[in-house]
Design a protein around this ligand. Sequence first.
Ligand code: HEC
Ligand code: HEC
Length: 223
Amino acid sequence: MMRLIIVFVSTALLVPVAHAEPSSAVAFDLPTIKLLKSADPEKGETLAKESKCAKCHGDAGVSDDPDDINIAGMSASYSFKQLKDFQDKKRDDKDMYKKTKKLDDKQLADLAAWYATLEPAKPAADRKMTAEVRKLIIHGDPERLLKACAACHGRKGQGGQFDHPALTGQNETYLVDMMTAFQDGDRTNDIYSRMRYVSEVLTEEEIEALASYYAADLPEEEE
Ligand code: HEC
Ligand code: HEC
């Protein structure tokens, strides 16, 4: 017992309480929820055209270029948080910073609401859920304190509440890049380090297998 207390005290001394900068300035508090509820997708559509979002995300939020990122059908709450994080430089990307820096919160919410109304890309019709992938998605791995992907991203990878993004229909390269970025600490805007922890305990092979399972069908493969 004594030893346990000593371990606790010494760990507490090693970790300064105020050491962590907040990973995001967005909180899903009442004002944010009201803002999201009052968002106007039609205004978002006009603004998306003026801002030329289609150049990198495709006309309807889905791009045929495998290096682009699909944003159609993502929840408005998730997309809004990302747009704010890019603007606040909590998530680092030069293009997205430029696109968001002059917009106010209402405009970001309108954009997020517009993309939320669009149809997400479909995953490959013949994708197979291997036993390894099933375990990670449906059960997680208690030995690594790894929660099931489905607990946060939905059973079908369709996304969950607030800041939990959809994964199904996303570009494969981007899925791998993001898990690697969380693993390396290059993306740190996940509140409570939830995705940093998950990515840290996944192996490279698992990351690739998961990305390939959730990924959008590539246009070439449809022919
Ligand atoms: C010049 C290319 C470019 C343009 C134009 C652009 N984006 Fe992006 N967008 C990106 C890149 C690159 C990323 C991913 C950044 C990263 O790697 O973290 C991204 C990410 C995003 C994300 C987060 C996606 C996710 O799954 O986390 C959203 C939402 C988004 N963009 C919305 C928009 C909107 C709305 C516009 C127009 C106002 C826009 N983008 C214009 C390149 C662009
Ligand atoms: C405890 C909740 C939680 C679990 C479990 C979890 N995630 Fe996440 N994940 C998140 C959150 C929250 C984000 C978004 C962080 C942010 O930017 O605010 C995220 C983001 C992601 C992204 C980036 C998506 C994008 O559009 O940029 C990928 C990829 C991802 N998760 C894959 C996975 C996979 C695969 C698993 C299972 C091995 C998993 N996650 C398990 C909470 C979780």
